[in-house]
Design a protein around this ligand. Sequence first.
Ligand SMILES: [Zn+2]
Length: 252
Amino acid sequence: MKFSVIIPTYNRAESQPGGLVVNRSVLAVFAHPDDAELGCFGTLAALARAGFEPHILALTNGASSCSPDAAFRTAEAKESAGVIGADLVIENFVDGGLEPKRETYACVNDHLARVRPSIVVTHMVGALDHQDHETAGRAATTIAGRTPCVSLILQSEPPLMNNLFCPDFYVDITAYMAEKLNAMSRYRSERDKPFMAERAIRDRAAWWARQAETQNLPTTRYYEAFRLVKAKLDFGLLAALGPAAWGKVGVA
Ligand SMILES: [Zn+2]
């Protein structure tokens, strides 16, 4: 008698709903260049280390911010994405005027169809911190929620006005803090913003470590915190992530 053993394989190009094959890519959908770095760059770095292909989508070029021109901010974003070899696309919606209209949703849908991610990370919806963040988060969450290949949807911490942010999902980024700080430092035009300062980034991540790990912390540890929107139990995804790359899931 002949026995055969089926070994789960991972193929970026194929996704079989309900099976053990997952699409090992993650798509971060944010409004401006620097948003993904602030909210989830450590997580993207951890996923890249675990074999995931990181993709960053910025729906505007951030031209209304501190940059001398849009090209400068775009160059900074490319440098930053390069820290972990992430694919970066910057769309041309109006900075400060990103609207919840058909074109915005269609654009996000096109990128989800292009990347076919198993993980989508975006802005928190309802944070009241920036109108573009609200639109981008709502579009990404809505489209990802009805895209079959997406097993995990996370909303990241807003840089300001985060009194409404109640996380329930934490990622240990201690081993990836250097990459996050390296990426943030590339935004030279943004360095005067208080939430872009290294001290602020470290304090925030250390605070989430205090929330995620209730035992004594022998050394300084860093976490990124998220609101969990959807988690579909997918053993292929869990195997791909591996226990070392992830912190525990907890309730604040
Ligand atoms: Zn932003």
